[in-house]
Design a protein around this ligand. Structure first.
Ligand code: GLU
Length: 423
């Protein structure tokens, strides 16, 4: 392994450093000026708030929350809010930067943001979580809004949390503002398609990639790691579209059946049994075995750092569709590229989530609600045109799709800064 690989390896658990080497080479290739580098490396706004919440046992705890708006040259900042006991502002900032890139890759008129509260949602009651969310919203209310910064769900937050944020925000502003938050329930201006738009958007992109590789749907075997919202919806939609799903897993373990799992039955089984193992005639496998199982498409849809230098050479898939954030380490990315495995990077593959949010926001602002088919068609055209842009650049540069996607996003952000007269 080259010296360069070793240097990257030291930092590979860190999301920021995960793309640093990639970014450094892009910055050099694009011959960015000092001013351009400075614009791309500094968040526009970092808000950290500390606020008291009275818990149900009568004690008061000071909670910490962050919201980082990284770049808003292309439009209001956009990105999720997460609850996590180990949340650090630097990590939130890296994620906000990645959101800026993601929105630019799919060419939607948003900048990038991320936020969250330092809390373990499993250690507080639902009622306490509501108090924490509402207090956090009051603290950041001046900085968010339909034309400033629009939160959405992320790790350990869901549509209920979005309702608390929206309701608190609207009380403070003394007006309705459904476009201030996305990922809302359908009854409050949310879109049904948004609940599975991350998976659907990824599948639209995958189907374009399969065309380029000359692979026929009937011959494509897919293994999916992760059976939460994103993984389960990906399995369901791919099965409905006629693909063979050979393996699925969740954090506890997975199942494999080479001639195809009956996904609707697997979903029913998981709902009643609370697990995937011991399903029907399928064999039980570990997550590690799923990653290297015999398949054509591997979909990591769970955690980061799953494909690393230890298993990259054993991956049998020809295409890796990154529905999770950062599932492939930098070293593994290079190893897969060297073996001609096509990795469709997270900033493109899972951008259907934020693209779905964009369609929700448009409809909230216009009060004109579309049929599901129209939403899905629009999502499809956004994702396919992003795929084509990224594919053309990666073919031209003979680079990874990740590098191509970053390059496109950086150019778009800097163009917007130039148009504003900041460069
Ligand atoms: N949290 C999701 C993401 O990281 C969605 C963000 C959004 O819809 O604003 O892409």
């Amino acid at each position: 392994m080259s010296k360069n690989h070793e240097r990257i390896h030291i930092d590979e658990k860190n999301l920021c450093n995960l793309c640093v080497s990639e970014l450094e080479s892009i910055y050099a290739e694009l011959k960015l000026t000092e001013s351009e580098l400075e614009i791309l490396s500094m968040p526009r706004r970092i808000v950290t708030v500390q606020f008291p919440v009275r818990l149900s046992n009568g004690s008061t705890h000071m909670f910490i929350g962050h919201r980082v708006q990284f770049n808003d040259a292309r439009g209001p900042s956009k990105g999720g809010i997460r609850f996590h006991p180990d949340l650090k502002v630097d990590h939130v900032s890296d994620l906000a930067f990645l959101m800026s890139l993601k929105c630019a890759v799919v060419d939607i008129p948003f900048g990038g943001a991320k936020g969250g509260v330092v809390v373990n949602p499993k250690e507080v009651s639902r009622g306490e979580l509501e108090l924490i969310t509402r207090a956090y919203t009051r603290e950041i209310a001046d900085f968010i809004g339909p034309f400033k910064d629009i939160p959405a769900p992320d790790v350990y937050t869901d549509e209920k949390v979005m309702v608390w944020i929206l309701d608190e925000y609207e009380h403070l502003m003394r007006e309705h503002a459904p476009a201030a938050v996305t990922g809302k329930p359908v009854g409050l201006g949310g879109l049904k398609v948004r609940t599975y738009s991350t998976s659907l958007g990824g599948i639209y992109v995958l189907e374009e990639a399969l065309k380029k590789e000359g692979m026929k749907k009937s011959e494509v075997r897919v293994a999916i790691q992760g059976f939460g919202n994103v993984g389960e919806n990906a399995a369901r939609i791919l099965h409905e579209r006629g693909y063979t799903i050979t393996a699925v897993s969740n954090s506890k373990g997975g199942i494999i059946k080479q001639n195809g799992l009956n996904i609707p039955e697997v979903i029913k089984y998981k709902r009643t049994e609370g697990r995937l193992e011991d399903f029907d005639t399928a064999e039980n496998i570990s997550n590690e075995e799923l990653l290297v199982s015999d398949c054509d498409v591997l979909v990591p849809a769970a955690l980061s750092d799953q494909i690393d230098q230890f298993n990259a050479d054993n991956i049998k898939a020809k295409i890796v569709l990154e529905l999770a954030n950062a599932p492939t380490t930098t070293v593994a990315d290079i190893m897969l590229f060297d073996r001609s495995v096509r990795v469709i990077p997270d900033v493109l593959a899972n951008a259907g989530g934020v693209a779905g949010s964009y369609l929700e926001w448009i409809q909230n602002l216009s009060n004109d609600y579309w049929e599901d088919n129209r939403v899905a068609d629009r999502l499809r055209s956004i994702m396919i045109s992003a795929f084509n842009d990224v594919y053309a650049t990666c073919e031209q540069d003979a680079s990874t799709m990740r590098k191509a996607a970053f390059k496109i996003a950086i150019k778009r952000i800097l163009d917007a800064e130039r148009l504003r007269g900041n460069l």
